[in-house]
Design a protein around this ligand. Sequence first.
Ligand code: CAA
Length: 273
Amino acid sequence: MTASNYENLLIEHAHPGIAILKINRPKALNALNSATLLELRRALLSLAQDDAVRVIVFTGEGEKAFIAGADISEMKDLTPGDGVGFSQVGHEVAKLLETMPKPVIAAVNGFALGGGTEMAIACDFIIASEKAIFGQPEVGLGIIPGFGGCFRLARAVGLPRAKELIYSGRKVKADEAKAMGLVNHVLPAEGFMEAVLVHAKSIALQSASAVSKAKTLMVEFTEAMGLNTKVDAESHAFGRLMGSFDQREGMTAFTEKRKPEFHGLREADLKSN
Ligand code: CAA
């Protein structure tokens, strides 16, 4: 896949196993209009199927913004029906980020406002540049978060903090975002992407099928589910990986004091079926 497949996205395969997916509308601070959301949906479906991709790094082109929100100039004249449709496409993208069978790291390089914070919190975790700014300013535009902020933000920072942020529209700098648990790491702006790739590489080196299984379970566990159901699901998933190629290779490599050579995700799936 090359960047030319998309008008508003760039996809770079800079390192084995890692795809960098960038929103490419820097003049509009990478605001999400419908065309970009549809392209994102297509790109994520394709990256989910691409066995050569083990980890996705999701970011924004340019120095200034990750995503400055949904596109206000497009939303300004929407009817209520159009608004539902617009929100639904945003939800589909966020759901793909959250549930696709491989990790997606949000590399927040600047403004992540409204739909920007919402897309970031749908990813597996966030690494922020020291220049990152988060917030849900929708109430100041007479609307509410429409791409999952009303439920995912509470999950990330706790309900009282999420309520304060959404009711006030207050913007939060990277350090505060880290202190409230929204962000895993805050890194210098200079050399930001290289430093994010170090984290991505540490995941890409692992067994893709084991990482994928862990993600699927953790996503399921965040839905309402009793403790016994979670224990049962994890025990069975754990057991099913025993005897897989990657399990044997990983443990043999450990005992032989060498690095393991894991299968790709779909290859591992085919072998285990
Ligand atoms: N939609 C459309 N265009 C946007 C945009 C957005 N969300 N954010 C920025 N832009 C555009 C600006 O209109 C401007 O375009 P022009 O050069 O053509 O005038 C360009 O990007 C640069 O922006 P600014 O000149 O405003 O840059 P700044 O440095 O002065 O300010 C900012 C940066 C604080 C991020 C400011 O642009 C801003 O407040 N943007 C809007 C942020 C926002 O409210 N986001 C939430 C949108 S609602 C939403 O996301 C709903 C949802 O949940 C789905």
